[in-house]
Design a protein around this ligand. Structure first.
Ligand code: G6P
Length: 435
């Protein structure tokens, strides 16, 4: 039986990560063909990554045929899974998303805040086109989306694209589980976390270790800053005892932007002055990675890939595809339609929660009403995400302005106007809907 995966954005420096995931899982998820797809601008990287991925596969001895192409529609023929890891406008667009807000004293960040809004505006129309192609060419394929802002993009697709087999994935819940396991000194499989919220705004509501609830113990360890809790791309400031005790849940590393905004901004500005934006740092990391990827003798994922914030995303992505393929009925944390799991949010909102994974896709587990402490801010974030999606579709200035001013990291009418004006101008080429 053939099992084909198409990776859109295949020239990304992250690709060896997912290739390693397919190799490791081949026994239970026997992928037979992988096609890497990219655009003309990414041709050179695609070739380097393609050759390297082939060497990885050859070394492992698994029978996977790997190809690469710039022809997306041809690549999609007979696909069973399609993954998307694209960055519309490349790292230079990311640099603008990060730098322009910082120059106005606002957090840029390509997923949260002002930068994330513009990343969504650039990305949603492109992903929508990809979904049209999938629907036409391989309608039974599952689209696994990691493209940021993953929750917003996934909601736009599930609501408005013709293709409904779409699931959003992020490494944050996975990393949180691993960090907790490290803190508790046990294997990750012994830890179960009930996640509630949205992508990059998810909380760990309750934690169990081998069936016993250990939420309080984990919070104590977090108070004492035991264990590494942030991915490479975000600061790690730690949390106060008062905050964690009042919250009674695990925040995720991105919550620092919302609950320690001034301190994070100061750190981001300091890092910006020293090393430039995260985009510039990533450019250097990528340059080094590509020097390695070119080496004929390299046939395993290099350690330096851990310098990227998305390190280990392939574990989340590959175990999801494996469970769909095997109709496993296990529980994984994904971005999917609410459908009543959280009654305080719209049924058609995309949320990040534990879901049962079968060949029919994710069935979210019931979370129940949101805890009073975070109900307000989660609803505000969801309303903000809806505003972003509306702006991406309409191309109207008022809509993007509304999204900007209502973003909890901006919430200043004058700054919002400056940011919208400058970012619209800076990204004009990649925002055809606004021209
Ligand atoms: C985190 C996030 C991802 C994001 C990545 C960025 O892991 O969960 O959504 O894409 O970091 O990492 P980078 O190395 O590109 O800054």
């Amino acid at each position: 039986m053939s099992l084909k995966v198409v990776i859109i954005g295949g020239g990304s420096s992250y690709t060896p990560e997912i290739i390693e995931g397919f190799i490791k899982r081949h026994r239970y998820f026997p992928v037979s063909a992988i096609t890497l797809v990219d655009i003309e601008a990414g041709k050179e990287k695609l070739e380097i990554v393609g050759q390297f991925a082939r060497r990885m596969i050859r070394k492992s001895g698994v029978p996977i045929e790997l190809e690469w192409t710039l022809n997306r529609q041809e690549a999609l023929i007979d696909a069973d899974f399609v993954t998307t890891q694209i960055r519309v406008g490349g790292l230079s667009a990311r640099e603008k998303d990060e730098r322009i807000p910082l120059s106005h004293g606002a957090i840029g960040q390509e997923t949260n805040g002002a930068g994330g809004i513009f990343k969504a505006l650039r990305t949603i129309p492109v992903l929508m086109e990809i979904c049209h192609d999938i629907q036409k060419i391989c309608p039974n394929a599952w689209l696994i989306n990691f493209t940021n802002p993953a929750g917003i993009v996934t909601e736009a697709l599930l609501k408005y694209s013709p293709h409904k087999k779409v699931i959003g994935v992020c490494n944050i819940p996975f990393n949180m589980k691993n960090s907790v396991a490290e803190m508790m000194n046990c294997p990750a499989n012994d830890i179960q976390i009930e996640f509630v919220g949205m992508n990059h705004f998810v909380f760990g509501k309750r934690v169990w270790m081998r069936g016993n609830e250990v939420t309080g113990q984990v919070l104590q360890k977090l108070i004492h800053q035991e264990g590494d809790y942030s991915p490479a791309n975000i600061v790690s400031l730690g949390w106060s005892k008062e905050f964690l005790q009042a919250l009674g849940m695990l925040p995720n590393p991105y919550h620092q932007y919302y609950f320690q905004g001034a301190a994070v901004l100061e750190k981001d500005l300091q890092a910006y002055r020293e090393n430039g934006t995260r985009a510039e740092v990533v450019r250097k990391v990528e340059k080094e990675l590509f020097i390695q990827y070119r080496k004929e003798e390299l046939n395993e994922k290099p350690k330096e890939l851990e310098n990227r914030g998305g390190a280990y995303y392939s574990d989340a992505a590959c175990s999801l595809m494996e469970s769909i393929h095997n109709n496993a009925g296990d529980i994984q944390t994904v971005n999917t339609m609410n459908n009543g799991s959280i009654p305080d949010l719209p049924n058609d909102a995309v949320i990040e929660v534990n879901s049962v994974i079968t060949r029919d896709g994710p069935q979210p587990l019931t979370v129940g009403p949101l805890p009073a402490s975070v109900k307000g801010i989660i609803q505000q974030m969801k309303a903000f995400e809806e505003l972003v999606i509306r702006a991406a579709r309409s191309g109207k200035y008022t809509h993007v302005y509304q999204a900007m001013v209502m973003n909890p990291l901006v919430q200043n009418e004058g700054v919002a106007r400056q940011l919208v004006d400058e970012l619209l101008e800076a990204h004009r080429e990649f925002l055809p809907q606004f021209n």
